[in-house]
Design a binder for this molecule. Structure first.
Ligand SMILES: [Zn+2]
Length: 231
């Protein structure tokens, strides 16, 4: 899958859109003026946020709201699954067999619905659950209050499913592509918020481990983009 990145030339100040492979470890770029930017490292990039870049591109550059919705949902599903794999493996003793990807895939499938996958993966990082986590984080509550008037902590997961995954399913299952810019923008913004919530969950879990068993990693926070209607 190709992910669009914007690079600005330090010599002629021109901006260019460069496509990288989602799994690429680095990107080389050469401007038309001759200036080169070799080996931009991508190993720290968040997979969900990279896919969300593709979602934005499909809406803004290709004028394809349906593909924007598909990629927005994919960004969330990919990131949540990645966190499920990551935190399902934590706590396995060195004497025990390491759980393989296939086994974790099967475990993930037992959830049988996106709603349950979102909830159970959140509980891996915060056992008290999604609602408890959202109300305990002023940054998330504030973001919801200011940008998502129809969304609250009690109904967070159901509304993510309804506004993001239901349209995605109609597109993929029925070939229904009658979605406009407004619907795609809503799906994109819900996906962006959901990725932010799971980033916070991930950071909180890392911090818990750091305090509890001496994990060396620190929580990371990356800016999450937001689309505006008409912009
Ligand atoms: Zn240049």
């Amino acid at each position: 899958m190709k992910i669009p990145l914007i690079f600005e030339c330090k010599q002629c100040q021109r901006q260019s859109c460069v496509f990288m492979n989602l799994n690429a470890k680095s990107v080389d770029w050469r401007c038309d003026c001759g200036w080169t930017l070799p080996g931009v490292l991508m190993f720290n990039a968040n997979t969900g946020l990279l896919i969300l870049r593709r979602a934005r591109y499909e809406l803004k550059s290709n004028n394809d709201p349906s593909l924007c919705i598909v990629f927005s949902a994919m960004a969330v599903e990919c990131e949540v699954s990645r966190l499920f794999f990551r935190w399902s493996r934590v706590g396995q003793g060195t004497q025990r067999r390491r759980v393989g990807d296939t086994e974790l895939e099967e475990r993930l499938r037992t959830y049988r619905s996106v709603k349950r996958t979102l909830e159970k993966t959140a509980e891996l990082m915060h056992p008290a659950g999604m609602r408890n986590f959202i109300v305990s984080r002023s940054g998330i509550s504030r973001r919801i209050a200011t940008g998502f008037p129809n969304l609250d902590a009690d109904r967070f997961v159901p509304i993510v499913v309804k506004q993001l995954f239901w349209p995605r399913n109609r597109i993929l299952h029925l070939g229904d592509t009658a979605y406009d810019v407004r619907a795609a923008t809503r799906a994109f913004n819900v996906a962006s918020l959901t990725l932010f919530v799971y980033q916070e969950l991930n950071a909180k879990k890392r911090e818990d481990l750091r305090r509890g068993i001496g994990c060396q990693t620190a929580p990371c926070s990356r800016p999450v983009t937001r689309l505006h209607l008409g912009s």
